[in-house]
Each structure stands twice: as C-alpha cells, then as structure tokens.
Design a protein around this ligand. Structure first.
Ligand SMILES: *Cc1c(COP(=O)(O)O)cnc(C)c1O
Length: 411
C-alpha cells in the first residue's frame, strides 16, 4: 500500500486531482478522512531520504549574470525545492527538486488573502578555499519553525530541510559566485495554500526554496554609511504582535515608509517604538550602538529580544563573538532616542550600525528624527568595532577561518 501511495504521489496529474479532493474535503473532513483508505498517520516531517530530483534540460539553463552586475534577488538559479503538506494525504509529502518554475495557486489560496506566508534568508558562501559553506543554518530552521507556529502552519525537522537545501545548492553550485564580495542568497518560503476563504488553520501548505546570486545589498550607499528616517508615527512591531517572526505580513506595510525615506533622500527607516521612542530595528536589520558608558568604558549594546525584535542570526553571532573577545562591555537593553541625543551631546556615541545576513554590517552616519538631523560619527572612529566584527564574520563565512563550528560545508 505504501508503495502504491508513493507511486500515486509521484504523478503530477494525480497530485492536481488530489488538490481538488483537498478543496472539497474542508467541508467534508471527517467523512473524507474515513473514506480514503490510504491515509497514513500524520508525518511529523518530510525526510531528505524521500527527495526526488528532476534536472533541467541543458537548453533550459539560464545565463549567469556577471558578478559585478548582481543586484539583490533579481536573477534566480536553474532549480528549486518544493515540499507539499496535505492533511488529507497524511501530512508532509516527499521533497522534490525540479527546474525553476512558476507556482500555480487557487485564487482562494489562504496566502493570497490572509498572508499566511513566512520566509527565511540565508547565504551560501564560496570560500577562499573554493568550498561552499552555510552559516549557522540551524538557527534559520529554528526561527522558521517558530514563524510556522505563529502562522498555524505545520512544523518540520530543520535538519531534514538543511539536507534538502544543501542538495539544491550542490546542484546549482556553479551559481555560487567565485567572489568574497558576493554569495548565493537562499530564500526558503512557506505558504498556506488551502483554497478556502475561512480565516482558519490551513490544511495544505507549500514550503519551497529559491536561490539567487547576490552582490552587495546596498548597491552604492554602504561605504558612506546609511542615513535613516526615524518617524515615531510609524510602528513596525508591538508587544504581543509578530515582529519577532519573519512573516511576509511584517514587510509589505513597511514599503511605503521606506519610500517616504527615499523621497527625503534617506537610505533606510529606523523603526521606533513607544512614548520613549525606543530604537528597535533599521530597515530589515538589527541595530547596534557602541558608546562610552557611565564607567567610562566602551560598550556594545543592542535592544533585547522582547518580542519587538527579529532574532537575527548575525545579531546573535556578533554578541557571541563580542562576549568571547571580552575587549569591551556587551549588553542587550533598551535604547531610546533621548539617550542617543544626550550621549551625542556628550560625544559618547562612537558607532551605530545595522546587522543582518543580507548586508552583513552596515554603518549608520545620520538619523533624521522628527525635525532634528543627528550626525553619527560611526565612520570617524580610528578602530571601529563594527569593522572588526564584520571582518571576523566574513572570515568565518568565506572560510579564511576554515573549520569554524558555525560553518556547514556544502561542497
Ligand atoms: C531578517 C531580519 C533581520 C536579520 O536577521 P539575520 O538572521 O541576521 O539575517 C533583522 N531584522 C529584521 C526585521 C529581519 O527581517
């Protein structure tokens, strides 16, 4: 029976038919489940061992863009990964790697109405030794499962997805740029696809991953530091909300604010929260400040994971590296605009920067806060901490430090 089931599921046309069944099953759930003889108990996860691969034909292979012409997320590789979940078929289905293609959705699919969507962002780096590495992918898997729980989507085993992603990257390995200023961005995406309009838990889902070679996130602004719009009338995340999950619904509403910043000639948005104007994040990066504390010592601070902050892999790594170095104080605590302004007036702010996978470490040089323009002297420091941290991180990611425990070698 298991054999027969596998065979059935491997046929795309039958899957489509099953999708139809799933469509009707929502109103007939109990009857349906009892009447379908081959339904097995729900599987807790898909398995890498069940992965099938269908290679693109040579004529389907896409031209690779020149490394110096990469913009963020514009060119995609030849293959993708897809994993379906159908409650009516017993849960998780076998993972499939296939030529990159459009996905077809029912117009009532929950993702299209209620934004049942989450994603991850990680990178595959081609090291100085030619090996391809991932950086702490298990943290992305943990975060992805947390986002899934918040979205009512089924969880899965992170190590199984890492193995599937590794295989995908391996197949498209020529797309990993031969350059230490570029990388292959990996975008796992997870959507609810049940074709019913009820605002409820989806009974079917699609987890897929696409790959895109990327250069520098900020095409031409990174070197002079980024300038920020800090307008307290916009709020990205709030207590009890889901700002600490990577849900697509957190980002769509930020685009207009980002546009407003751009219209004012500023690069990014500094997201504030509360009456006391707490600094939370910069665009899609975690924020850090280096300053002289009340004891006269250098201190690196970043806001705590209080529900308003996306738990960044880079954030976690910079804190861990800093604590290990033990050359300056490190703390996770709330930072307010009043404090920044006070410290600036005492010349005690040394550096501010954003940190995340896409842009690594991004120095901040200016904040427009209501009607005040604040110059941040990040780029004027003789031995900036953000530069030391960035170098160390890149040395791990690009294999200059070859066998670091945070590296997972793909190939
Ligand atoms: C993805 C993201 C980050 C950075 O997370 P990393 O895991 O370090 O890439 C920070 N803030 C927001 C809002 C994000 O979406």
């Amino acid at each position: 029976m298991v054999h027969l089931r596998r065979k059935i599921i491997s046929l795309a046309s039958v899957i489509n038919q099953q999708q139809q069944n799933v469509r009707w099953s929502s109103s007939l759930k109990v009857k349906d489940e009892n009447s379908v003889p081959h339904v097995s108990p729900k599987r807790d996860s898909f398995k890498y061992a069940d992965l099938s691969v269908r290679f693109a034909n040579p004529h389907e292979l896409r031209p690779k863009p020149a490394t110096n012409q990469l913009s963020f997320g514009k060119h995609f590789t030849d293959h993708m990964l897809k994993i379906h979940y159908y409650e009516a078929l017993g849960g998780w289905q076998a993972p499939e790697i296939m030529p990159f293609e459009n996905i077809v959705l029912h117009p009532a699919a929950k993702v299209l109405h209620y934004a049942v969507e989450l994603f991850e962002g990680m990178k595959a780096y081609r090291g100085v030794d030619g090996k391809i590495r991932l950086f702490r992918p298990e943290l992305n898997m943990e975060r992805m499962n947390n986002s899934a729980v918040r979205s009512g989507l089924p969880v899965f085993r992170g190590d199984e997805l890492i193995k599937c992603l590794t295989r995908l990257i391996n197949i498209d390995q020529e797309w990993v740029p031969h350059s230490t200023s570029s990388s292959l961005y990996v975008r796992p995406t997870y959507i609810g696809i049940e074709p019913t309009l009820g605002v409820g838990v989806t009974d079917s889902a699609l987890l897929y991953a696409i790959l895109t070679p990327v250069g520098s996130y900020f095409a031409n602004s990174g070197h002079n530091g980024v300038s920020l719009l800090a307008d307290p009338k916009y709020i990205r995340a709030w207590p009890g909300g889901c700002g600490n999950s990577k849900l697509g619904s957190n980002y769509g509403p930020t685009i207009q604010v980002q546009q407003e910043a751009a219209d004012k000639g500023l690069h990014q948005v500094l997201w504030l929260y509360g009456e006391d104007h707490q600094l939370t994040e910069v665009g899609t990066m975690n924020i850090f400040m280096v300053y002289i504390n009340d004891d006269g010592k250098k201190e690196l601070i970043t806001p705590p994971l209080n529900g308003l902050i996306l738990p960044g892999v880079v954030r976690n790594s910079l804190l861990a590296i800093s604590r290990e170095w033990n050359q300056y104080d490190v703390s996770e605590r709330t930072i307010t605009m009043a404090e920044v302004i006070q410290l600036l007036s005492e010349n005690r702010v040394l550096e501010m920067f954003g940190a995340g996978t896409a842009c690594v470490v991004s120095p901040i040089s200016y904040i427009q806060f209501i009607d005040q323009g604040l110059h941040i002297p990040t780029l004027e420091q003789p031995e900036p901490i953000h530069e030391m941290l960035k170098k160390h991180l890149l040395d791990i990611q690009y294999g200059v430090i070859p066998d670091h425990p945070w590296s997972l070698t793909v190939q």
